[in-house]
Design a protein around this ligand. Sequence first.
Ligand SMILES: NC(=O)c1ccc[n+]([C@@H]2O[C@H](COP(=O)([O-])OP(=O)(O)OC[C@H]3O[C@@H](n4cnc5c(N)ncnc54)[C@H](OP(=O)(O)O)[C@@H]3O)[C@@H](O)[C@H]2O)c1
Length: 360
Amino acid sequence: MTSVSRIFVIGATGAQGLPVVHGLVADGRYSVLALTRDAGSARARALAAMGDVSFLEGSFADEAILREGLRACDGAFVNIDGFNAGEKTEMYWAIRCYEIAIEEGVKFFVYGNLDYTLKKAGYRSTFRTGHYDGKGRIGEWILEQNRSNGDRMGAALFTTGPYIEMAFSAQTPMTPRMEDGVLTWRVPLGAGAVVHVALKDCGHYVRWLFDNPDRANGMDLEVAIEHVRYADLAAAFERVTGHPARFVDTDLDTYFAPLQAIAALPAGYNADPNDKATMSFRDNFTGFWNQWKYDVIQRDYALLDEIHPNRIRSAEEWMRREEQRAKEAGTLTLWERMQPENLSKRPILKLSEDHRRGAL
Ligand SMILES: NC(=O)c1ccc[n+]([C@@H]2O[C@H](COP(=O)([O-])OP(=O)(O)OC[C@H]3O[C@@H](n4cnc5c(N)ncnc54)[C@H](OP(=O)(O)O)[C@@H]3O)[C@@H](O)[C@H]2O)c1
């Protein structure tokens, strides 16, 4: 397959998009056209400082904008924000995006995917997770389309999972709290494991997909650091920082009790609350936690070792690298970052920074 040079990125200013764009442009190999609703945001400015990055202002929920961006590029990285659009709308625009990309002559298309949890759990509704299934269904559809379209436009899935950074950040499903001087994760995980992903490694993986189109065409690259059990996460935190931490298994009612204000709201902030297809925050995140608690999701770590020999291989390694980085940069240590006054300052998700608001 021909390699591409200019990549249209949807979701560039997001938690995932920032390291992905960095991986593409930092050494000058690719240029990026980043879609954003606000090219003046602090995150857009951070992107501009990374290298050859220009901006297209508009929404992924706009055919003319998609067409303009895709026409100007020969590659695409598409991470459509389901927490904005909601499951149904996300699926529609993801399909249109793939179709328009072919029509406009894109040569390689990477779809920011999540596991099709419902299918992987045997279609049992207790595992239904709108923001996973909405991507996972389209991921399968893209690979199926690619069987007949793969010579005209290559396509690959980049299947991720909860960022490990979210276990150390405010306003996420796994935000820890400082309780009597002990860093405490209270989540409904039992003895299960979250298949956490390191954001930094996303840059390497997506770069690899664009650099190796022949092998990547038709591939579902499912990534993770490791299966992270939270008792192990807490123990690793104690070893790395020398400060106490613990995991407290929690039933779902107790977990959602402090979240009453949003539990009944749509998981996607612009999804229609009166549409019976719209999943509530509580229903969505019940399926989310069940998939980890019952070990539904698997990864091929040997493949990841091959594609990214220097990948982060454990939550403990991720923490050690964070501590090293803080030491070199003279910034806050992990323990300092987890103090309440600091934790709230640095939400990892743009969605949290924007207080779950913004145009579709
Ligand atoms: N949280 C996780 O652990 C995780 C892990 C894997 C995958 N995901 C999935 O990733 C997606 C969100 O990306 P993220 O994790 O990077 O979250 P994020 O930090 O909240 O970023 C959201 C991104 O989506 C963009 N966006 C939102 N609405 C848009 C619209 N209408 N048109 C164009 N761009 C729009 C935002 O751009 P502007 O604000 O600049 O317009 C921003 O770049 C979700 O679908 C989520 O399910 C999340």
